[in-house]
Design a protein around this ligand. Structure first.
Ligand code: FES
Length: 120
């Protein structure tokens, strides 16, 4: 999946390995990535409203720091934060904190490395 496929100011859920990851593209083009499921009741963070710093869970309004995954409104559980960048072709590269990097292919295709990544 190319970063340009995510409209500025929105997020998209992708699968990285066995995990759902919400990738956000800020209005200035900066990419951020967090675990996709809100730890409160599983709300889809990729569908939440974002500004330059936080995403607001669309279900009950808890907010998560886009850099760290810390919950900033209520001191609740945090979500995992990922490093996200693009390769020379503009494809997303998501890096789990304690794992190797994983490319996010176009929807329905597997990467050459066999990673199980797809757009939700
Ligand atoms: S599910 Fe996210 S705030 Fe409740």
């Amino acid at each position: 999946m190319k970063a340009a496929e995510i409209p500025a100011g929105e997020g998209r859920a992708v699968v990285v390995g066995d995990e759902q990851v919400a990738v956000f593209r800020l209005r200035d083009g900066t990419l951020r990535a967090l675990s996709a499921a809100c730890p409160h009741r599983g709300g889809p963070l990729a569908d939440g409203l974002i500004d330059d710093n936080v995403v607001v869970c669309p279900l009950h309004g808890l907010t998560y720091d886009l850099r760290t995954g810390a919950e900033t409104s209520d001191g609740g559980p945090c979500v995992s934060a990922y490093t996200v960048d693009t390769d020379s072709d503009g494809e997303l590269v998501v890096k789990p904190k304690d794992d190797g990097e994983s490319r996010v292919p176009d929807s329905g295709r597997s990467s050459a490395r066999g990673d199980q990544l797809r757009e939700r």
